[in-house]
Each structure stands twice: as C-alpha cells, then as structure tokens.
Design a protein around this ligand. Structure first.
Ligand code: ATP
Length: 330
C-alpha cells in the first residue's frame, strides 16, 4: 500500500480533506495516509506553523496532498506555502484549468495548463528600502531555473498529448531578465520538434485569454506572471472552488488546491471539496493510478452535470451531501 503525506490544513481544510479521503477510499484504492497537521492550529504547541516533521514526512513519502494552511499575518512567520516550496525545491507550479461539465462559465472548451516557475523572479524576496521614499525589489531570472521549467513544460506536453507550449514574457521591456527566459525557452524547444512553439507578451495574453481562451494549450511563465495568469485562468473555469494545483520538484510533489483556507465558511459544511479532489486526481495520475483517477473524475463530472453542487457554484448541497453524491456515482 502506498503511503502519502496528508496535510489536512486549517480553516475549511479538515472538512474538504475528510471528503476527499472518503471519496478515494470509496473508489477502492487503498492509501496509507500519513496525516500531518500544520498551520495556525499547531503554533501554540510546536512554535511554528510548519514543523520539521511535516517536511520530513514529505521527504520520506515523496508525495503529499495538501489542504490550505493559513500563515498568521504579522506574527513573524514565513509563509508556509513559500517555505514548503523552497525547502523541497518544488520548482514547478502546475495548474490545469479545464471546464467542468455542469459548471456555467462564460466560455466552453477551455483546457489550459499553466506551468509557473516557482523559485525566483520577483518572488526571490530580495527587497530593500533605498531611502524613505524609495523601495526596490529585485527580479532574478537564471538560465538554470528557466531551463528546468521550460523542459518541465515540454515534457508535460509530450506526456499528456498536448500540442503546444507557449512562452509568456515581457521581453520587449525587460530585455535582459525576461529575454533570458525567452532565449532559454527557444533553446529547450529545439529538443521537442513535435510540440508547437508560440511566444506571447503577457499583456496581450491577458487580453486574448478573456476574449478567446480556447486558442491556448500549455503556457510556461516566470513566477509573477504565472501567479497572476493562473488566477485569471481559474476564473475562466468557474473560480476558486474548482481550481486545482500542484507543486512539483525533482524528488517530491505536493498537490494542493489554489484556494486558501476560507475562514469565513469554516466549520459550516459549505466548502466545495472539488479543487482538492481534482488535485488528488492529478496526484493519482502522477503516481500511475490512472484507472482510479479516471473513475473519480468521471463520478465528479456526473455529479456536477446533474446539477448537484455546492453553494459557491450555485447549488444547494452541503460538503457532505455533495461528497455522498460523488460516492454514489463512483
Ligand atoms: P489565501 O490568502 O489564504 O489564499 P484568500 O483570502 O485569498 O486566501 P480564500 O481563502 O481562497 O482567499 O477565499 C476567498 C473566497 O473564496 C472566500 O470568500 C471563500 O469563502 C471562498 N472559497 C475559497 N475556497 C472555497 C471552497 N473550496 N469552497 C467554497 N468557497 C471557497
């Protein structure tokens, strides 16, 4: 039996984790969950929202499913998510954005995979106060990190039968930093003659995405553009309740929804578990359990398609009712 780390998070985290574990169990797949608590609930006892034991568990098991974890603001703790990505060198942030049958959105046929570089760019955290009226943040782009993410995007395209990898930059203005990202993409692309290449500037991409998103396939972006564009793409397919994600490194991978811990609806049995469930489905594919992944995804589609959904999507089911419907459809 495969052991997988489960970080059940805080806020709505425990409710949606319970739902997803129940659905996977009902599919017949046996997983030994190594449950690791993290976030604001453990600070008092352990002095940090991300205890070493959590990192050790992921390093040992190589795979984690993670519900949202809150980093308390203004208490001097580094973001749990950023720390996790850094400590485990999870360099690729993967966000597949695909329409779900039954969920009403402005466009049909959206099927975009956003591949965001996760370790550098303006998120390297190198900032300084130059003087009282001036602050400076440094944008770091390296050939090594750019090559790693571009190769990841092309490999993903090959493995998942995607036709195109489009690179997104603002290389006309940031000629050196974004220019290096673009040049590296062009170099890497030479090794993938069967995948279509495309280059677009990030401002034009945003306009095209809200006018005609169907034209895009796999996008590869430096960190900041990737962060913004992936939320835009999540909006295209129906918002946070269904937006899945993953952070992948050479050794470990952490699968997690895009949304936060939604403290406003905590403990009310209202949260939509779909984003975490789809993250888990992607995780099952990653570990080679394609059959179970397909079955669970089909049951979810069937449920949504019959109009059964949680309130964030316009339905009237509670988290547990929605979970039971999915299980019935397995
Ligand atoms: P963070 O900064 O931790 O990412 P956030 O403040 O950006 O968090 P979320 O916690 O993601 O935001 O919540 C934003 C809004 O979306 C809230 O109103 C929340 O209730 C709603 N929301 C988020 N996730 C879900 C979900 N799974 N089901 C239903 N509503 C959700």
């Amino acid at each position: 039996m495969r052991t997988i780390t489960l970080i059940n998070g805080d806020g709505i985290g425990p409710e949606i984790s319970e739902a997803v574990v129940k659905i996977i169990e009902a599919s017949g797949l046996k997983i030994d969950w190594d449950v690791q608590t993290a976030g604001s609930d453990v600070i008092e006892a352990e002095g940090t929202p991300l205890p070493e034991r959590v990192l050790n568990s992921i390093k040992k098991n190589k795979i984690a499913l993670k519900a949202p974890v809150t980093t308390p603001i203004g208490k001097g703790f580094r973001s749990v998510n950023v720390q996790l990505r850094k400590s485990l060198d999870l360099f690729a942030n993967l966000r597949p954005c695909k329409n779900l049958a039954g969920v009403k959105t402005r466009f049909d046929g959206v099927d975009i995979v956003v591949v965001r570089e996760n370790t550098e760019d303006l998120y390297a955290g190198i900032e300084r106060q130059v003087d009282e009226d001036t602050a400076e943040s440094i944008k770091i782009i390296t050939r090594k990190a750019s090559e790693r993410i571009c190769r990841f995007a092309f490999d993903y395209a090959v493995k998942n039968n995607r036709g195109e990898v489009c690179v997104v930059t603002k290389a006309n203005i940031m000629k050196l930093s974004d220019g290096l990202f673009l040049d590296t993409y062009r170099e890497v692309a030479k090794d993938y003659p069967n995948i279509n290449q495309r280059e677009i500037l990030v401002d034009n991409l945003c306009m095209q995405l809200v006018q005609n998103p169907k034209q895009f396939d796999v996008l590869v972006l430096p960190n900041l553009y990737g962060d913004i564009v992936s939320d835009l793409c999540a909006g295209l397919i129906g918002g946070l309740g269904i937006a899945q994600g993953a952070n992948i490194g050479e050794d470990c991978a952490v699968f997690e929804p895009v949304h936060g811990s939604a403290p406003d609806i905590k403990g009310q049995n209202k949260a939509n578990p779909t984003a975490l469930l789809l993250s888990a489905v992607e995780m099952l594919r990653y570990i080679g359990e394609n059959g179970y992944a397909a079955r669970i995804e089909e049951a979810l589609h069937k449920t949504l398609n019959s109009g059964k959904m949680t309130a964030d999507l316009g339905g009237n089911l509670s988290t547990t009712e929605f979970t039971d419907e999915i299980i019935k459809n397995l």
